[in-house]
Design a protein around this ligand. Structure first.
Ligand SMILES: *Cc1c(COP(=O)(O)O)cnc(C)c1O
Length: 466
């Protein structure tokens, strides 16, 4: 399988190069040069021994064929999903009236990013070992993604990871999920500043070519193709349970990575009816899917912070498809968007999108009401991100044929305050989470000063050659 850039100007690469590159050299995102068709085994929902890892290896194999032997790939995939706290990895719960929840939060950090990152960390390490290379992953986090990245690569031999978070500005549990990981290759830094300061420091380090090369800087952000690939699997797992009756999915969305994976599964031949893009008050995608145009505004903090995003980077992959895979037109559209903060696609495309997609939003009041309703009706406690998706699913239910699966993206215990405000009590902590966050913390505190942070990253990257 070969990969091409959405902007048409970067070299065509194989899977291993795409995995390590992240962003393409022309600023675009890598996508496969054609969509493989799901095999009969994958569509049976239960290839091999019938567990999630077997299905995952079968669905993903065409994307990585040529980069691994099948036996080694199967091993890496099996290993990635052994750390999940549920035998089904991504279990489904029926809510009644044709509505289901798919729980994507049984991984080590109790949020859906583990499903992809647990595999991607292993694929990274394997590719680096094969090349005899090492990298230093550097990232900034406002709380949620840092821990998933740390868990994904802790104790991997060829990787050091340095994660900056704003000192005193992430929740206690989010900080502890990162700082209690006791691995020689994990380096937490609390920056005296805001999340934006952290992100600016990371950008400045990547923008320094000598520093970047000397310390082999790398990233595992949400535009990485391998993350999208790993997420297509649970759409197949869900739809095949319904015997190929067209299933709709409602997905709480930030960077558009999760729901894009549903589109990939559909391109591979899965019977997907509607993909519902669910947003919070930051509703730029709702504008796009209802009107075909969108305009950037400021980011508003909400009860679902992992979705507090204005520019959803993975949307570029869908735009590329809509523009018949024309890299030049995709680049033009995105350059215009960057320059003006506005984008409009033509009327024909806007109408075409509505056949397979809808965009809905739920504000904080509806999020809270949904958490309370579900608790009142079923006794189940859901987190605020899940509630946004479920609110959109419920509002769409009447107009859709077939089952609707809402993606549950975080364990409610990670967002105890929002849950308590909705139902008057805190969700129980899963024992593994309670136990993990009680361990000693490892973190250094630094001023928001580029020279100091670079010196620290240089020391951390040197650990790998020790
Ligand atoms: C990251 C995240 C999302 C948004 O996922 P995208 O792939 O960025 O659309 C939703 N919910 C939770 C809990 C997340 O951590």
């Amino acid at each position: 399988m070969k990969y091409i850039s959405t902007r048409g100007q970067a070299p065509v690469l194989g899977f291993g190069d795409v995995l390590l590159a992240g962003l393409a050299a022309d600023g675009g995102l890598y996508v496969p040069d054609r969509w493989p068709v799901l095999s009969a085994e994958a569509l049976s929902g239960q290839p091999g021994r019938g567990d999630y890892a077997d299905l995952a290896a079968e669905v993903m194999w065409p994307f990585v064929d040529g980069a691994y032997t099948r036996g080694r790939f199967d091993e890496l995939v099996q290993d990635a999903y052994t750390g999940f706290g549920h035998p089904d990895v991504v279990p489904m719960v029926e809510l009644g009236d044709g509505l289901w929840l798919m729980e994507l939060f049984h991984g080590p950090t109790f949020a859906f990013k583990d499903v992809a990152l647990q595999l991607v960390g292993r694929l990274f390490d394997e590719e680096l070992a094969r090349r005899g290379e090492r990298v230093t992953i550097v990232g900034a986090t406002s709380g949620d993604t840092g821990s998933a990245a740390i868990e994904a690569v802790s104790d991997r031999e060829n990787i050091q990871i340095v994660i900056l978070h704003p000192y005193g500005r992430v929740s206690d549990i989010q900080r502890r999920q990162m700082t209690t990981v006791d691995s020689a290759n994990v380096h937490n830094v609390a920056i005296e500043g805001t999340f934006d300061d952290c992100q600016d420091l990371v950008k400045a380090m990547f923008a320094d070519p000598a520093f970047r090369a000397d310390h082999h800087l790398s990233a595992v952000n949400s535009i990485n193709w391998a993350r999208v690939m790993a997420q297509t699997v649970y759409y197949v797992a869900a739809a095949t349970r319904f015997d190929q009756k067209a299933v709709s999915f409602s997905v709480p969305t930030g960077n558009f990575g999760n729901v894009l994976a549903g589109h990939v599964a559909r391109q591979m031949g899965l019977a997907v009816n509607r993909l519902i893009v669910a947003s919070n008050r930051n509703d730029i995608l709702t504008q796009f899917f209802t009107t075909g145009s969108m305009a950037v505004s400021e980011v508003h903090p909400t009860l679902s912070p992992s979705m507090d995003i204005q520019v959803s980077s993975n949307l570029e992959r869908l735009l590329f498809e809509l523009l018949d895979r024309d890299g030049r037109r995709t680049a033009e559209l995105l350059d215009g968007f960057r320059a003006t903060g506005r984008m409009q696609i033509d009327h024909r495309l806007a109408t075409q999108i509505k056949r397979g997609w809808s965009g809905l939003k739920a504000d904080d009041a509806e999020t809270t009401a949904t958490i309370a309703d579900v608790y009142g009706e079923t006794g189940m406690i859901i987190d605020p991100h899940t509630a946004v998706g479920l609110a959109a699913a419920r509002r769409s239910r009447g107009e859709l044929e077939g089952p609707v699966v809402a993606m549950a993206t975080a364990h409610p215990a990670k967002f105890g305050d929002a849950v308590e405000a909705a139902i008057g009590k805190r969700p129980p902590m899963p024992p593994a989470l309670a136990e993990a966050v009680r361990r000693p913390e490892h973190c250094v505190r630094l001023p928001g000063d580029l020279v100091a942070v670079k010196a620290h990253v240089a020391r951390c990257s040197a650990v790998s050659s020790a």
